[in-house]
Design a binder for this molecule. Structure first.
Ligand SMILES: N[C@@H](CCC(=O)N[C@@H](CS)C(=O)NCC(=O)O)C(=O)O
Length: 201
């Protein structure tokens, strides 16, 4: 089976997908574009909605990072079969995705002080809830790994780069999950190989 994920040379919306594929040992092509080269007209025009990521498998294509992540989870044992459990994890993932969008929306704020305050407020709001949920449920899925864990940790990788600090440091349960996922076989080697010191936002 051929698998290809196309995105930027960033964690962004995609590291969770890369983590799951590496963790499961599935072979895939990890195609990355540099932000400075974007837009590349022929690549952009070939995507369904003009944006990345795009996932291709045996000649079929889907876009939308969380749809891709959910599909990959279903192929890697990280999506439970019970519909209620699935819905709970979908909700957890969408809460993380809301955080992603809230943080990225601060990029347009020109006043640096205001921007910093807004970012701090957004991190505090969402991370206190992520911490609460992980603690109350012994993780997102009762002590077993699921795709929601990978999405949160992938999101944190992206946000640490964007905010230039480890956002999880004041949230011990979140921090423990980050450490656990980044230490998994496959993920550990991937994380060690990809650093983003060259990235400027
Ligand atoms: N809802 C989409 C959003 C995709 C998206 O915003 N992609 C951005 C990068 S994170 C992009 O392709 N930007 C370049 C462009 O719009 O030309 C998803 O989650 O996949």
């Amino acid at each position: 089976m051929s698998r290809k994920i196309t995105y930027f040379d960033l964690p962004g919306y995609v590291d969770a997908i890369r983590y799951m594929l590496h963790y499961s040992g599935m072979k895939f092509e990890d195609v990355r574009y540099q932000l400075k080269d974007w837009p590349i007209k022929e690549v952009k025009d070939a995507t369904p909605y003009g944006q990345l990521p795009v996932y291709e498998e045996d000649g079929r294509t889907i876009n939308q990072s969380m749809a891709i992540a959910r599909y990959v989870a279903s192929q890697t044992g990280l999506l439970p079969s019970d519909p209620w459990e699935q819905a709970k994890l979908d909700a957890a993932v969408l809460n993380v995705y809301d955080f992603f969008k809230a943080i990225y929306s601060t990029a347009t704020e020109k006043d640096e002080e205001k921007k910093k305050a807004l970012q701090a407020e957004t991190v505090a709001f969402y991370f206190s809830k992520f911490e609460r949920d992980l603690k109350a449920g012994n993780g997102y899925f009762g002590g077993k790994l699921s795709w929601a864990d990978f999405v949160l940790v992938g999101c944190i990788a992206a946000q640490n780069l964007f905010l230039k600090k480890p956002v999880e440091k004041d949230y011990p349960t979140v921090l423990a999950l980050v450490t656990e996922i980044r230490s998994l076989k496959g993920v550990k080697e991937y994380v060690a190989k990809h650093t983003y010191d060259h990235v400027k936002f």
